[in-house]
Design a protein. Structure first.
Length: 418
C-alpha cells in the first residue's frame, strides 16, 4: 500500500525586510530637532556673548569717565576756607566755601554723576539690545527658511502631482533627517502611483483595441448582409437592430477610452479659443437640433485657454448634445455662451427641459448614470458624456458645475484657467 503524500509545506518566510535599516547610533542622527536646537541655542549664546561684551565696554567707558577728578584746588588759605575749580560741579566754583558746604556739594555732585552714568549705560544697553534683537530675528528668519526650504520643494512637487504630473520627483539631497525621509517616502509613493497609472493606461489601450476589432468585424458583416436586396424583411430588421446595438457598443468603448485618457496629464497644451470650440460643437449638433425643433442661441465671446483642442471640443460637444437631447418636445432652446470672468474662461450651456431635482445633480456626473435611472439603457447615449466632460475639465485644471434652471432644464458651467 502506497504511503500517503506529505502535506504541502508552507512557503518560506521572506528574509528581506522592506523597512529601512536602523543606524548603529540613532541618537547621532542629524534630525531637524537637533539641528534647530543647536542653531537657535548657538544663536542665543552668540547674542548673549555680544550683549555682555557691549555692556562691559559701556561700563568700562562709564567708569573711565567717572575716574576724572571732580575738582581742582586753586588756593588754600587760613581760616578753613578753600578755593577750588570744577568742570563737573559748577556749584562749587565759588570764591570760597566752608568745609561743610564743600563736602555737601561734592556728595551731591558724585550722586548726580553716578545717576548720569547709570542712565547713559541703560539707554545704550537698550539700544544695543534692540539692534541685537533685529539682527537675531533677521538671521533666525533666514536660517529657518534655509532649514525648512525642503518643505517648499515638497509642497511644489505635491502641487505639480495634484495637476496630474506623476513624473515629478522631489529627489531631495542633504542630511538624513525627517524631511529627507518624508521626501524619499513621497517619491516612492509617486513611483508606485505612476506604475499603477501606466499599467491602467496600457490595460485600457489593449482592452479597447481588443474590443474594437470584433466590433468592427461585426459592423462590416452586418452592413454586408444589409446591402443584400434579396434578404428577408425580418432578417433586415434584425440586422438593423444588431447594427444599432453594435454602434452603441462602439460608442461605449470609445467613451471609456476617452474617459481613461482624460483623467491623466495634458502634456501638449496649445492656445484654444472656447468660442471656436463651442461653434464647432454647435455645427456638429445642428442637424439633430433642427430635427427635434430645438433652436441654439447665445453670444460667444473670445476666451482663449491653454489646453488640448480635441478634448475641449469633446466637453462642448457632450454638453450641447445633452442639452439638445434632454429637452422639451416643443419650443425648446439651448443657449451656449463663452466669456472671460474674473480671469477665467467660462463656457455656459443652458437649456430648457424636464425639471431636475437638486439632489440628482451629483448623479449626473457618475459614469452610466442618468436622471432618475441607474444603469438602464437609453437611445440618447451611453451615459458617459458628463463624466468625460468632468474628467477633461479636471485635467485642464478647471471644473464643471451644474445647477437646475428655474422652469426646467439645467445650467452647465465649465470654468478653465486662462
Amino acid at each position: 500500500m502506497a504511503a500517503a503524500p506529505a502535506p504541502p509545506q508552507a512557503p518560506p518566510k521572506p528574509t528581506w525586510d522592506p523597512r529601512r535599516p536602523q543606524p548603529p547610533f540613532p541618537w547621532l542622527r542629524p534630525t531637524i530637532r537637533i539641528r534647530l536646537t543647536l542653531l537657535y541655542g548657538g544663536m542665543f549664546l552668540i547674542a548673549g556673548i555680544l550683549l555682555l561684551s557691549i555692556i562691559y565696554l559701556l561700563a568700562a567707558q562709564a567708569i573711565s569717565t567717572g575716574n576724572q577728578p571732580l575738582f581742582k584746588i586753586v588756593s588754600f588759605s587760613q581760616g578753613s576756607q578753600l578755593k577750588v575749580s570744577s568742570d563737573n560741579c559748577p556749584e562749587i566754583n565759588t570764591t570760597s566755601l566752608l568745609l561743610s558746604d564743600f563736602n555737601d556739594a561734592i556728595s551731591r555732585c558724585v550722586d548726580k554723576q553716578r545717576q548720569v552714568a547709570l542712565d547713559d549705560l541703560l539707554s545704550r544697553s537698550l539700544l544695543a539690545l534692540l539692534g541685537l534683537a533685529i539682527i537675531a530675528f533677521a538671521f533666525g528668519y533666514a536660517m529657518a527658511g534655509r532649514v525648512l526650504s525642503p518643505l517648499g520643494r515638497i509642497t511644489r512637487t505635491a502641487r505639480a502631482v495634484a495637476g496630474s504630473d506623476l513624473s515629478r520627483r522631489i529627489e531631495l539631497d542633504g542630511p538624513d533627517d525627517e524631511l529627507k525621509e518624508l521626501a524619499d517616502t513621497f517619491d516612492d509613493m509617486l513611483e508606485r502611483l505612476q506604475r499603477a497609472f501606466t499599467a491602467q493606461q496600457r490595460f485600457v489601450g489593449n482592452a479597447s483595441h481588443e474590443l474594437r476589432t470584433p466590433l468592427a468585424i461585426n459592423r462590416t458583416l452586418l452592413e454586408v448582409h444589409l446591402s443584400d436586396p434579396n434578404a428577408p424583411v425580418e432578417l433586415q430588421q434584425l440586422g438593423k437592430t444588431l447594427l444599432a446595438t453594435n454602434e452603441r457598443s462602439e460608442q461605449l468603448v470609445e467613451g471609456l477610452l476617452l474617459l481613461a485618457r482624460s483623467d491623466n496629464q495634458i502634456v501638449e497644451r496649445k492656445p484654444v479659443d472656447l468660442a471656436e470650440v463651442a461653434s464647432q460643437a454647435i455645427d456638429q449638433v445642428h442637424g439633430e437640433a433642427e430635427a427635434k425643433g430645438v433652436r441654439i442661441e447665445g453670444e460667444r465671446k473670445p476666451a482663449v485657454v491653454q489646453g488640448n483642442g480635441v478634448l475641449l471640443e469633446r466637453i462642448a460637444l457632450n454638453l450641447v448634445q445633452n442639452a439638445v437631447r434632454y429637452n422639451v418636445p416643443e419650443d425648446g432652446w439651448v443657449e451656449v455662451t463663452t466669456e472671460i470672468q474674473h480671469g477665467q474662461a467660462v463656457l455656459t450651456v443652458s437649456n430648457t427641459g424636464p425639471v431636475v431635482p437638486a439632489y440628482e445633480i451629483d448623479n449626473l456626473f457618475e459614469p452610466f448614470r442618468r436622471l432618475r435611472t441607474e444603469r438602464t439603457g437609453s437611445d440618447k447615449g451611453v451615459g458617459l458624456g458628463l463624466s468625460i466632460a468632468r474628467s477633461v475639465a479636471r485635467a485642464h485644471g478647471g471644473h464643471i458645475a451644474a445647477q437646475p434652471r428655474e422652469g426646467g432644464g439645467l445650467v452647465m458651467r465649465v470654468t478653465l484657467p486662462v
